[in-house]
Design a binder for this molecule. Structure first.
Ligand code: ADP
Length: 483
């Protein structure tokens, strides 16, 4: 029997006012129904925002170190619940258990990091030009904050947004992705169990246009934090800007790994496998272009293809599975269509290229790990985000050409360079147009206490990680006249 879940509004679990629901399915086995969730609309959003506004009146007055204690306690509870939540996340999202444990761990890391920030919400004192005036600037919460989140890191990403907002004294309404509602519910339930007062975090489940859009537009929402596709991010940014709301945008990537002729190829191959096929390629930081120096193209390609062919694809809860399903059939269609486009443009399919639908893969949305060779920088497969287990190999002759190809796209999230040459490493750090550059490691994300974000079409700054408190606070300049 499918479970019935409700929105969390003002500390109460409420069905959507329309009574509409949607089903949450296991992407590895569509016969496994996780539950029904409310398909919320503007009326539910209005209730949630009203609850958050009411709670703000008291939450903003709780001393920041006390707010931080609740987050610390949530970190402890998440640690106790890590295995249970990781299993539930694999069931609803598909990525393998080792990765969902990592996802919960990121939320734990964020809780402890941000809990410390509760004692460090520093302001400034400034010498006044006026006599007997004491001048200072203090951080203030912004008010009700809206969070709109994707399905690929269903606990980590909500934690990056909620925890810094909460420690800063804001209240929140979160609209999680429709494919991963349970992991966000688990996170917020844990906050409540840790002592978060009712109404401080509210959840509205549902679809983007019906539930997300009214949340962005609600006049009592003072700031919006969005992670998802650039197409939706553009809509969110415009709607938020129309109401002068600050907006944090974390969106797509087309991340390049450059492998020089002096690289440690064993290391680079490990990095390529993890970067391209971890989370089934469904990461904004996924390695989707591997730029190979012509001296090592043949050897690297042969060794990579052999390892990709050996990857085990299946239900992420089973042992020895390395690559889980894609999240839904829409993502399978996207991967399929990019494989067709790549071949039509002249790229060479070296392995994979299609859906897996037989035997253990029959009831899920599985796609074969795919490698394209002979890709050139102008092809669509080299420029557009696939968000699936598909990687393109592009050959180059000089380091300068590699940097130019890496920078030739509209995105700028993560980049990596494999080399032993320290001069080239620092040149790449300076010249790669991206929010993150790794040397001798794949294009994965950053740890929770580093700035996280990208440039160009990827986003509008580093407003996650240690940039988050700046986003969730506003400054007040204060004068005290003691003459
Ligand atoms: P993804 O490919 O990660 O699903 P999307 O950009 O489609 O990326 O979705 C990210 C989040 O944005 C999801 O929670 C989704 O429901 C929400 N969303 C989609 N459309 C809109 C919209 N028009 N307004 C606000 N939120 C939206």
């Amino acid at each position: 029997m499918a479970k019935h879940y409700h929105n969390l509004i003002g500390g109460e679990w409420l069905p959507s006012q329309s009574g509409q629901t949607f089903q949450n399915l296991n992407p590895a086995d569509h016969n496994d129904v996780i539950g029904d969730f409310p398909a919320s609309s503007a009326a539910d959003v209005a209730l949630a925002v009203a609850a958050a506004k009411k709670a703000f009146a008291t939450w903003r007055l709780v001393p920041a170190p006390k707010r931080a204690e609740i987050l610390y306690r949530a970190g402890q509870l998440l640690t106790e619940r890590k295995e249970e939540f990781a299993r539930q996340m694999t069931r609803e999202m598909g990525k393998v258990l080792a990765e969902t444990r990592g996802d919960v761990q990121e939320a734990i890391d964020e809780a402890y990091y941000v809990a410390g920030e509760g004692r460090r919400l520093f302001g400034q004192t400034t010498p006044s030009e006026l006599q007997n005036k004491f001048a200072m600037s203090i951080r203030m919460p912004v008010g009700v904050c809206a969070m709109i989140t994707p399905w690929n890191f269903p606990m980590a990403i909500p934690s990056w947004k909620l925890f810094p907002a909460l420690v800063s004294g804001n209240t929140c309404v979160i609209k999680p992705a429709e494919d991963t509602p349970l992991s966000t519910l688990n996170l917020v339930q844990t906050l409540m169990d840790a002592g978060l007062p009712p109404g401080v975090v509210n959840i509205v489940f549902g679809y983007g246009p019906e539930a997300g859009a009214p949340l962005v537009e609600h006049p009592d929402v003072r700031a919006v934090s969005f992670t998802g596709s650039s197409a939706v991010g553009s809509i969110v940014a415009q709607r938020a800007a129309a109401n002068f709301k600050p907006v944090s945008l974390e969106m797509g990537g087309k991340n390049a790994m450059i492998v020089m002729d002096d690289a440690n190829l064993d290391l680079a191959l490990d990095g390529a496998l993890w970067g391209a096929f971890g989370t089934t390629g469904q990461r904004c930081t996924a390695t989707s272009r591997i730029l190979l120096h012509k001296a090592i193209t043949a050897e690297f390609t042969e060794r990579l293809v052999a390892r990709v062919k050996a990857l085990t694809v299946g239900n992420g809860l089973d042992t020895n599975i390395e690559v889980g399903p894609q999240i839904n059939s829409q993502q399978i269609e996207t991967s399929t269509s990019y494989c067709q486009i790549a071949q039509a443009e002249g790229a060479k399919l070296l392995t994979g290229g299609s859906r897996l639908s037989k035997g253990p893969h029959a009831n899920g949305t599985f796609f074969a790990p795919t490698v394209f060779g002979s890709v050139t920088a102008d092809m669509r497969i080299a420029r557009e985000e696939v968000f699936g287990p598909v990687v393109s190999l592009i050959e180059f002759s000089t380091f300068e050409e590699a940097i130019q190809i890496a920078n030739s796209i509209d995105y700028g999230l993560s980049t990596s360079l494999y080399t032993k040459d320290v001069n080239r490493a620092f040149t790449a750090i300076r010249d790669l147009e991206a929010g993150i550059t790794y040397i001798n490691a794949p294009t994965i994300g950053a740890e929770v206490h580093l700035p996280f974000g990208g440039v160009k079409q990827t986003g509008n700054g580093h407003r996650e990680g240690n940039g988050a408190i700046d986003f969730y606070t506003t400054w007040k300049s204060v004068y005290v006249d003691y003459s």
